[in-house]
Design a protein around this ligand. Structure first.
Ligand SMILES: Nc1ncnc2c1ncn2[C@@H]1O[C@H](COP(=O)(O)OP(=O)(O)O)[C@@H](O)[C@H]1O
Ligand SMILES: [Mg+2]
Length: 349
């Protein structure tokens, strides 16, 4: 179910200048192969995307599309024996070639928020120690100053009675409260980029929108870029300047969120938009996408979505790999993008 989008979530506000300067993140032609039971499996194929400074990019797609693996490649948190080709530039440096101290320093510029905070927070450490430890390992902040800043950040994420909260353990806090603590921890590190992997999916609907609003507002005010992973196209559109849609380990479309949402150019985006439950209109047609999502390693060397695509032509499965074509910053990976435009708009209405 889609969370109601609170008023405080500010929606698309792309800073006009962000496109002219070098983006904070530029991923180009990224391929990722993992090993499963001794067998190599390609999970990302030719992934290219950019995130501008201060920009929020949504990464949307069904389960297994490769969203988390894209994030993990960026955060350099890949499973053992993972192999990557392609390039990731992060703040002017080639991220994939960084090692040792240089990598550790760069890692300090990005913060990750996961779906399940309990899996990433030590249950026997107090909240206050967790937060101040982050600060003290990152900088030369003394204990007193670290405590003051941690408490201030807790109140910024909407937590009251901060002195008492600092003394509590993760188990004393609800999921929503703990996710606020994770947002506070992320922001305390003064990152340039926050990577959030379905940060509100495990929360109830009301808490979801509160937590999302806090993350959105605080990172926007601090000028921090955001990669926001979700399976919810509506939520991505509400929070992110641009949205990228992933299918079978590939980006199939990326553009400004509003345009992508209301005027999709890829049949998969249109299908996702048509499949969403709409609370305001009667559900005349729930365009459940037929077939199952596939992994990059299962995809044909032509269009990966063709087998499920209602707009497929014989030519879609006869040509070679479908390139991601660009037009004034927008990208789409569909041979029929131009002639389908009007029809796809109809599909989502
Ligand atoms: N540790 C792993 N080893 C091998 N394959 C994995 C591992 N984690 C995920 N995968 C596979 O990689 C693909 C992409 O997964 P993931 O990025 O987690 O998808 P998403 O986040 O979009 O749901 C999936 O097919 C998944 O089965
Ligand atoms: Mg995932």
């Amino acid at each position: 179910m889609t969370a109601a989008i609170p008023q405080t979530v500010s929606g698309a506000r792309s800073p006009g200048s962000a496109r002219s300067e070098e983006p904070l993140v530029a991923i180009e032609g990224l391929n990722l192969t993992l090993e499963v039971g001794g067998e190599k499996r390609q999970v990302l194929r030719d992934v290219s995307l950019t995130i501008g400074r201060g920009e929020a990019l949504g990464l949307v797609g069904e389960s297994g599309a490769g969203k988390s693996m894209t994030l993990r490649t960026l955060a350099r948190l890949l499973p053992e024996r993972a192999q990557t080709t392609g390039s990731i530039r992060f703040d002017g440096q080639d991220l994939l070639s960084l090692r040792g101290d240089a990598l550790r320093r760069k890692r300090g510029d990005l913060a990750v928020i996961f779906q399940d905070p309990r899996a990433y927070i030590n249950p026997v450490r107090r909240i206050g120690d967790f937060l101040t430890e982050q600060l003290r390992t990152l900088g030369r902040t003394d204990r007193h100053e670290a405590t003051r800043r941690a408490q201030q950040m807790l109140s910024e994420v909407g937590i009251t009675d901060t002195a008492r909260r600092m003394r509590q353990y993760p188990g004393d806090l609800s999921g929503g409260m703990l996710q606020r603590v994770m947002i506070a921890a992320a922001l305390l590190g003064e990152p340039k980029l926050i990577l959030a992997d379905e940060p509100t999916t495990a929360l109830d609907v009301t808490t979801q929108s509160e937590v999302m609003a806090i993350l959105d507002e605080l990172r926007y005010n601090a000028g921090v870029s955001l990669l926001f992973i979700t399976h919810d196209l509506d939520l991505a559109a509400a929070v992110c300047d641009r949205t990228a849609v992933m299918y079978a380990g590939q980006i199939v479309e990326s553009r400004e969120s509003e345009a992508l949402h209301h005027n999709p150019r890829h049949p998969y985006t249109a299908a996702l938009a048509g499949a969403r439950p709409d609370l305001e209109r009667p559900r005349t047609r729930l365009a459940a996408i037929p077939g199952r999502p596939i992994g990059a390693w299962e995809a044909e060397a032509t269009c990966a979505f063709a087998v499920r695509c209602p707009h497929r032509l014989p030519s879609c499965t006869e040509s070679g790999p479908v390139p991601l074509t660009y037009e004034s910053g927008d990208a789409v990976r569909c041979l029929r993008a131009a002639d389908l435009e009007a029809q796809l708009r109809g599909d989502t209405e």
